[in-house]
Design a protein around this ligand. Structure first.
Ligand code: 2YJ
Length: 276
């Protein structure tokens, strides 16, 4: 799993309004509306002002990523929730968040990033939520994905979340991962859950050349280049770093959704508080 770096997220908080505007331009929907769509609800179904979020920095493993917790809190505040970063870290931070009245806490170590709704006992995982949020964005960008071929690159937690959501949206799903056993396992789970065929691809180039719609959920840089991209290619790319060759990014920009945290965090918080 990719570990975010401070430089990946340095500009996020200052550019939230601009990012929101770019999502509106590409999908017709705001970050909040994309997250609500990913959660299967309408924006009006939740009142963000009624919830307090505490973000807790964790020092375990490789330690604190400077600005990570502040960036998460900034995204959630942008959506209208009340959010704070605890002064204390780790167990002390959890205690602080609860005593300051947090309804939801968010915390990340090197393996998992979770949102926990304390009253509801509900856990939302960033990997799954990110895959779901990006498929929701792609669906909105395309005006629906039913019966459309979509290739998921990467069969980790984000790719799996994406593949399940593509099943829900009745897309024609293909999945590629350099670890064939991993894509086979995800393909089998999705196929069983939605009683649908999932094409497990074993050749990257052939798989990419057969598709125009992509969820790039893998951490490999510059795997997509001019050979793979046409003016009809549409890419929702949660993977960090971006999988598109740098010289091709400019021409793909209008049909590309990519961010280090925003859609994943928005989808997590909305899912954490959505009415049952
Ligand atoms: O609290 C902190 O500052 C750190 N413990 C944050 C660690 C952030 N974790 C990661 O970057 C993990 N690889 C999981 C990120 C999932 C993003 N999709």
């Amino acid at each position: 799993m990719t570990r975010l770096k401070t430089e990946d997220i340095a500009m996020v908080n200052d550019q939230l309004q601009a990012y929101n505007n770019s999502l509106i331009a590409k999908t017709g929907y705001t970050l909040m509306q994309i997250a609500a769509y990913a959660a299967g609800i309408e924006e009006e179904d939740i009142n963000p002002g009624a919830y307090k979020l505490g973000v807790i920095p964790l020092t375990c493993g490789q330690g604190i990523i400077s600005r990570f917790s502040e960036t998460v809190a900034g995204i959630v505040s942008f959506l209208g929730f009340e959010a704070f970063v605890t002064g204390e870290t780790d167990a002390g931070g959890i205690a602080e968040a609860v005593s300051r009245g947090a309804d939801v806490i968010m915390l990340a170590d090197d393996d998992r990033f979770v949102a926990i709704n304390l009253a509801a006992g509900k856990v939302v995982d960033n990997g799954e939520a990110t895959g779901r949020g990006y498929v929701a964005a792609l669906d909105l960008m395309m005006g629906g994905l039913a019966n459309r071929k979509v290739l998921v690159l990467g069969a980790g937690p984000v790719g799996e979340g994406a593949a399940f959501t593509l099943g829900r949206f009745e897309a024609l799903i293909a999945i590629y991962d350099p670890n064939l056993a991993r894509s086979q396992a995800v393909g089998a789970k999705v196929s069983e859950a939605f009683d649908c065929y999932v094409r497990v691809e074993d050749n990257f180039d052939k798989a990419v050349l057969r598709h125009k719609l992509f969820i790039d959920a893998c951490p490999a840089p510059e795997i997509l280049d001019e050979r793979h991209l046409t003016d009809r290619t549409v890419i929702a790319a949660p993977g960090i770093p971006l999988g598109i060759k740098e010289t091709c990014v400019r021409s793909a920009l209008d049909r590309l959704i990519h961010d280090p945290l925003e859609i994943g965090v928005a989808t997590m918080i909305v899912d954490a508080v959505k009415p049952v």
